[in-house]
Design a protein around this ligand. Structure first.
Ligand code: UD1
Length: 348
C-alpha cells in the first residue's frame, strides 16, 4: 500500500517513514526541506541498507501549497498502478514564537497548504488521512489529565492554525460522510530518537524545546539550560509536561493507519502522550542520571505563553487504536543522547 507522507524528512516524519518502510509500506515522502535536511532521508536509507532490508521509498521536493505539483504526484502514482491510498500529513510550521511574528505565513503554510492537500485528495478519490495536531490547541487548563473533549482554546497563532485544520476536517467529513476516514492525532511532547542513533531531532538554530536543548548542553554545543520559571504551581516550581518517546509516537501513527484501513468512514481526534507529567527539574535530573552527563542550568523568568502543567489522558488511544506507550523517560534520555553523541552537529 502506498502512503503519502508529507513532511517526511522532519523529526517526526523521518521516524514514521522508517517504521513504515520496515513494515513493508510503500512510502512517498514529500517535503519542502525548509526546516529539515535531505540527509535525514539518506540516514533512513543507510539504516535500512545496513539491515539488508528491501524497501520502496520515493522522495519529492514539494511544498504542500503547490497545487499543480501535488496533483501531478497523485496522478503519476495512479499511472504507475500504485495509487496513493492514504496520507500521513505532518508538513507544516511549528514554532510558537515565530507564529506570533509571522502569523500569515502560518495560516498560509498550515491552513492553505492543508486545504490544498485535502482538495487534491478529494479530486483523486483518496479519502484517508492521519494528521499531526497538537496539544497546544487545548490552551490554558486546570483540568489535568487532558481528555479529547477538553475545551479547545489555543493561545497562539500556531495552535489556532491546528484548530482551523481540525474544523476543516469536521466540515469535509460532514460533506461526504460515507467516504472520509480522518484521524487527527494531538501530540504532547515528542522527544528522544530512534534507538540506532541513525536519525533524531535536529532543530534549525537555537532549539525552542526543552529536550533538544538539554542534549545540546550535554554535547557541549550550549553552555546551560535556561529553566523558564521555578515559581509555577507544581511540586518543584518548574513546568510539567508529557514527554512521549518518538518511537511510541510513530507507532501511534501506524495504529491510526491500521484503524482507518479497518473502518468504513470516521472522524476521530486522539491524544498521543505518555499520560505522565514530568517537571523541567525532573527531566534534567533523569537525563543526568541516565547518561552520566552534567547539565548546568540557570533559572530565568517564565516564558510567554507557557502554562504550569500539561499531560494527556491517553485512554482514548488505548481503547480506540489499541495503542499504549512502551518506552520510559530513561529510554527517551538514552536514545536522545545516543543520537546527539553520534551526530554532534545533527545532519550537517
Ligand atoms: C512547545 C510549544 C507547543 C508545541 C510543542 C512541540 C510553546 C509555548 N509551546 O510546547 O505549542 O506543540 O512545543 O513539542 O512553545 N523549557 C525550559 N527551557 C527551555 C525550553 C523549555 O525551561 O529551554 C520548559 C518550558 O517552560 C516547559 C517545558 O520546558 O515547561 C517544555 O517546553 P517545550 O519543550 O518548549 O514544550 P511545550 O512548551 O510543552
Amino acid at each position: 500500500m502506498r502512503v503519502l507522507l508529507t513532511g517526511g524528512s522532519g523529526f517526526i516524519g523521518s521516524h514514521i517513514a522508517l517504521l513504515l518502510l520496515e513494515k513493508g509500506y510503500d512510502v512517498l515522502i514529500i517535503d519542502s526541506f525548509v526546516n529539515s535536511s535531505p540527509n535525514a532521508i539518506k540516514a533512513i536509507k543507510n539504516y535500512l541498507d545496513d539491515k539488508n532490508l528491501n524497501y520502496n521509498l520515493k522522495t519529492i521536493n514539494c511544498d504542500i501549497r503547490d497545487k499543480q505539483l501535488l496533483g501531478k504526484i497523485f496522478i503519476d502514482s495512479a499511472k504507475e498502478f500504485n495509487p496513493i491510498q492514504t496520507v500521513i500529513h505532518l508538513a507544516g510550521l511549528k514554532s510558537v514564537s515565530e507564529s506570533f511574528i509571522n502569523p500569515l505565513l502560518y495560516w498560509d503554510v498550515n491552513v492553505c497548504g492543508t486545504e490544498n492537500l485535502l482538495a487534491t485528495m478529494n479530486e483523486n478519490e483518496c479519502y484517508s488521512i492521519v494528521f499531526s495536531s497538537s496539544a497546544t490547541i487545548y490552551g490554558l487548563t486546570d483540568s489535568i489529565p487532558i481528555t479529547e473533549d477538553h475545551k479547545i482554546s489555543p493561545i497562539n497563532p500556531y495552535g489556532k492554525t491546528k484548530v482551523a485544520i481540525e474544523n476543516m476536517f469536521y466540515d469535509l467529513y460532514r460533506s461526504n460522510i460515507s467516504s472520509w476516514k480522518i484521524c487527527s492525532l494531538r501530540y504532547f511532547n515528542p522527544a528522544g530518537a530512534h534507538p540506532s542513533g541513525f536519525i533524531g531531532e535536529d532543530p534549525v538554530g537555537i532549539p525552542n524545546n526543552l529536550f533538544p536543548y538539554i542534549t545540546q548542553v550535554a554535547s557541549g554545543r550550549r553552555k546551560f539550560v535556561n529553566v523558564f520559571g521555578d515559581d509555577w504551581e507544581t511540586n518543584d516550581g518548574s513546568g510539567v509536561r508529557d514527554y512521549i518517546h518518538i518511537m511510541d509516537l510513530s507507532e501511534g501513527h501506524i495504529r491510526a493507519l491500521d484503524f482507518l484501513c479497518s473502518n468504513k468512514s470516521c472522524l476521530e481526534f486522539v491524544n498521543l502522550g505518555s499520560g505522565k507529567g514530568y517537571s523541567v527539574f525532573q527531566i534534567i535530573s533523569q537525563f543526568e542520571q541516565s547518561t552520566g552527563s552534567q547539565i548546568p542550568f540557570s533559572i530565568q523568568s517564565r516564558r510567554d505563553g507557557d502554562l504550569a502543567k500539561s499531560y494527556a489522558d491517553i485512554s482514548k488511544a488505548k481503547n480506540l487504536l489499541g495503542w499504549a506507550p512502551k518506552r520510559s523517560l530513561e529510554q527517551i534520555c538514552l536514545d536522545g543522547w545516543k543520537w546527539q553523541r553520534k551526530n554532534p552537529n545533527g545532519y550537517t
